[in-house]
Design a protein around this ligand. Structure first.
Ligand SMILES: [Zn+2]
Ligand SMILES: [Zn+2]
Length: 878
């Protein structure tokens, strides 16, 4: 069975038993701030178990997306190194909310595993809690699990939600994978058995019976309603069902690894180191795809930092595989392909996810090589000094300057036999925090320990070049004088560089000495304290000296692009409020030279038509070429004049009010165009939800918009060339081709039906007679499902009164089908016939009294199944 079929058959099995199939909850818990990510199926039902919420159904079944990763730095280590740790995984579960209880939960679990999925009973074990006589009794009474295979455990078989609250005993089903699977055979203290911590016995399904409430004093009392909560790890189950060596060999994951193989031009299973990298990329690509689909974006804290760590670890493993360019956004495509059917949200957001991944890959690529070079030098030094650990300050520098998460550095060092001196790392981190707090105090008390007496004035957003004096130099690593390669924060008395603010990124550019002997490349500009702007970057030539006169030159094209994008956010803000209502407020924005993002509070999708009106309105105001004016005034006065305040900005006593004609008035310290016409053109790229009640609009302006149009034009050109039609007619031509394809498919099916009809007399040669009924059970090859169904219909018509059973091998798959003529449905039941035969070919299924079919994974046993059909229908001997 494929992964999709396993998932479907689980959901179908419980749907047929009165369960509502509910969609997976998002990975980000909707109403549980205590939890970083949804890590089990029960999370979305927690409030129901606590009695604080209800659902319109009492039985549910689902396949839940889960992510297990803590905030701690080193828990990623195992993922990829072995073959069974994952960050992202799926959890299958069925639930009873005060409805059925232990008897049904146990009976159904056993039926599904042993009768539908045909797992060998002699390899299954059941465990129950030491006090749970009821569960043990049920296992004996309603299942045929081996009498000596029901074991009692204490802590392993008791489940609690937390220190207090709902809890209860659980019953687990373990599978024995054979003595060879034990990975602790060399350990003399190891006794190989269930729950002994080796790879031979693995838990596949946990049935939790929630029957108690634990109060503050630790006392248990019975709950008014009893619940069932079960969980089965999908990847592990699929590995067992597909009889493959590891979770990563399951078809769903193997398809993703195959895409990495193609990109890296390497083969999985050849070199252990490459295998580790491929597994890491496979796992992380899944996690990353689903995290972004559920609204997380890379950042430096919380959930966003977890995402960033995963992305950067995967990027580095790509480097190990020899992938020079960003690649992970392409692996995202393989994830969408492998998992898009059960999780359509990743299909719908494919482009957005790939964009976000690519952006982060490119961002990290800028520092990855430099960081790796530094690390290589430091590793050489540590080895020369025979040290066992890399100094914590070095790890911190990699973290702070090159964006290496600590676990990434550790991951690289494992290969060198080195660790990180964690205490030193934490000390350096603490020192940086203290500096941050110092800067904060400076804001409050006008005293800065680091930047005391420093002040730098932004000379305004119309100035691209300016001369000033270096008044402060800061570096966490080096001391003065700062020579070539040194990374330094430079503060000058005045600067034309815009410091990151209000979502607009900081400027880049150059600081040079007047005689040209020194050049410093500015990679970012940040406010490090109130009134202190730092140019962050690297000395490229000569030496930096305090007191020196320098020329500051911004990257004007980059600033200009940011300026256009930022200015457009003012128009967007006004247009959104105009069309959606004054409840719309900016909830964040990010402006880069390439694009603008605008997050705003709004409860539902904007809709294509409204979005087009908004786009039209913004472009209308651009063409109106409104004058943009800025004016300084007291904060209170600005608000009285109706200026909108930007989200997350701190305003001083005096603020800058930015007006675009009469259309928009906002408080803003950003960089703006002189007239709205400078923006050129505004094009929305998309709109989507990013969090509850928050929507995100992405757009491009100016040259960015032109570039987008050109890209689309090239794409259309390519499509037109492929379908050999002029561009205007490409869509019509494509439609025609698709219609032709459908027509051809239909004709193939018809021809198959005819072929099958022609074969009918031969097939009936094998027919037998039982009490006036004609029974035929025979094998047919070369037909697809539909052809086989048509053939069964024809044969049924021909025999007039009787039963037709057909078997067909289709590659790895066996297909069985039974049809009963209407007059005999009282005597024979097609669904029941199939139910009994399907297990013989390793499958399951059922159906109506007159028609039923089933698939199986063992085509070699088809003949045996067809022989059994004659037996079953009383036509065993002629
Ligand atoms: Zn063992
Ligand atoms: Zn602005």
């Amino acid at each position: 069975m494929t992964g999709d079929e396993i998932r479907d058959s689980f959901l179908d099995f419980f749907r047929e038993r009165g369960h509502t199939v509910v969609p997976s909850a998002p990975l980000v818990p909707e109403d549980d701030p205590s939890l970083l990510f949804v890590n089990a199926g029960m999370v979305q039902f927690k409030q129901v178990f606590l009695g604080k919420d209800t659902r319109p159904y009492r039985r549910a079944v689902d396949s839940q997306k889960c992510l297990r990763i803590s905030g701690k730095h080193n828990d990623l280590e195992q993922v990829g190194r072995d073959t069974y740790h994952h960050t992202f995984f799926e959890m299958l579960g069925n639930w009873s909310f005060g409805d059925y209880y232990k008897r049904e939960a146990i009976a159904w679990a056993w039926e599904l595993l042993t009768r539908v999925w045909k797992l060998p009973k002699d390899r299954l074990w059941a465990t129950v809690h030491t006090t749970d006589d009821e569960a043990e009794q049920l296992w004996r009474e309603i299942t045929d699990v081996g009498r000596d295979r029901i074991l009692r455990f204490d802590a392993e078989n008791f489940w609690e939600m937390g220190d207090t609250g709902p809890c209860g005993p659980c019953s687990e089903i373990h599978i024995d994978r054979g003595a060879a699977a034990c990975d602790r055979r060399d350990d003399p203290a190891h006794v190989c058995r269930v729950n002994a911590g080796c790879a031979r016995y693995i838990e596949i399904w946990n049935l939790v019976f929630i029957q108690y409430n634990r109060d503050e004093s630790g006392k248990l009392s019975d709950l008014p309603a009893k619940h069932v909560d079960t969980g089965m790890g999908f990847e592990r189950l699929a590995a067992v069902m597909q009889n493959v060596a590891s979770n990563y060999d399951v078809d769903v994951l193997r398809g993703i690894i195959a895409s990495v193989e193609r990109l890296a031009k390497k083969t999985y299973g050849r070199a252990p180191d490459d295998d580790v990298s491929m597994r890491v990329i496979c796992d992380h690509a899944r996690a990353v795809t689903f995290l972004i689909a559920d609204g997380v974006l890379p950042s430096n804290e919380g959930r966003g930092y977890v995402l960033r760590r995963l992305l950067r670890r995967a990027a580095r493993h790509g480097k190990l595989l020899g992938l020079a360019k960003p690649f992970l956004h392409e692996v995202v495509g393989a994830v969408v392909h492998a998992m898009g059917r059960p999780y359509p949200e990743i299909v719908a957001q494919h482009a957005r996810i790939a964009d976000a991944v690519r952006e982060e890959e490119e961002r990290f690529a800028a520092t990855l090589d430099r960081g790796l070079a530094l690390l290589a030098t430091e590793v050489k030094r540590a080895k020369a000094e025979r040290a066992s650990a890399l100094p914590g300050e070095v790890a911190f520098r990699l973290y702070d300057t090159f964006g290496f998460p600590l676990d990434l550095t550790e991951d690289i060092l494992v290969g060198e036999g080195l660790t990180v001196e964690i205490a030193g790392f934490e000390r350096a981190m603490e020192e940086q925090r203290a500096r941050g707090r110092g800067a904060q105090r400076f804001t409050d008390a006008a005293v800065a320990p680091d930047a005391r007496g420093l002040e730098s004035r932004f000379v305004g957003d119309r100035v691209a070049q300016y001369e000033s004096e270096i008044v402060g130099l800061f570096s966490s690593e080096q001391r003065e004088p700062f020579g070539e390669g040194a990374e330094v924060d430079v503060v000058t008395a005045e600067t034309p560089f815009y410091a990151e603010s209000g979502g607009q990124v900081g400027d880049r550019g150059w600081i040079e000495s007047l005689d040209g002997s020194m050049a410093f490349e500015v990679l970012d500009t940040q406010k490090i304290a109130q009134g202190v702007i730092a140019h962050k970057g690297t000395v490229r030539r000569g030496r930096l000296r305090r007191g020196e006169r320098v020329r500051l030159r911004i990257d004007a094209a980059r600033r200009e692009a940011s300026r256009l994008n930022h200015s457009a956010t003012h128009l967007v803000h006004a247009a959104l409020r105009h069309h959606l209502g004054s409840h719309v407020k900016q909830a964040g924005s990010l402006v880069t030279p390439d694009r603008l993002r605008f997050d705003f509070n709004h409860g539902k999708p904007v809709g294509d038509e409204t979005m087009r009106e908004i786009e039209d309105e913004v472009n209308g105001r651009i063409r109106a070429n409104l004058e943009v004016s800025t004016e300084e005034m007291p904060y209170r006065q600005a608000l009285e004049k109706g200026a909108l305040a930007f989200f997350g900005e701190k305003y001083g006593a005096t603020v800058t009010v930015v007006r675009m004609g009469d259309y928009s008035t906002e408080l803003c310290g950003g960089t703006h165009v002189a007239r709205t016409g400078d923006i050129g053109v505004f094009k929305v790229r998309g709109e989507a939800g990013v969090a509850a009640g928050v929507r995100r609009l992405e757009a491009v302006t100016g040259e960015g918009a032109l570039e987008l149009i050109r890209r689309h034009e090239a794409l259309l050109h390519e499509i037109a060339a492929l379908v050999r039609a002029p561009e205007d007619e490409a869509a019509a031509k494509l439609e025609k081709l698709l219609a032709q394809q459908r027509e051809l498919e239909k004709r193939i099916a018809e021809l198959q039906g005819k072929l099958a009809g022609g074969a009918a007399p031969d097939l009936l040669a094998d027919a037998r007679r039982v009490d006036g009924a004609t029974i035929v059970a025979t094998r047919v090859e070369g037909l697809d499902d539909k052809g086989l169904r048509e053939l069964a219909d024809r044969l049924r018509d021909r025999i007039k009164s009787g039963v037709v059973v057909l078997g067909s091998a289709q590659g790895e798959r066996a297909l069985l089908l039974a049809a009963v003529t209407k007059d005999l449905t009282g005597r024979y039941h097609a669904g029941n016939i199939i139910k009994q035969l399907a297990p013989l070919v390793g499958g399951g299924g059922g159906g109506r009294p007159d028609f039923a079919q089933a698939g199986g994974k063992d085509p070699a046993r088809l003949d045996a199944a067809l022989a059994a059909a004659y037996e079953l229908l009383g036509a065993g001997s002629r």
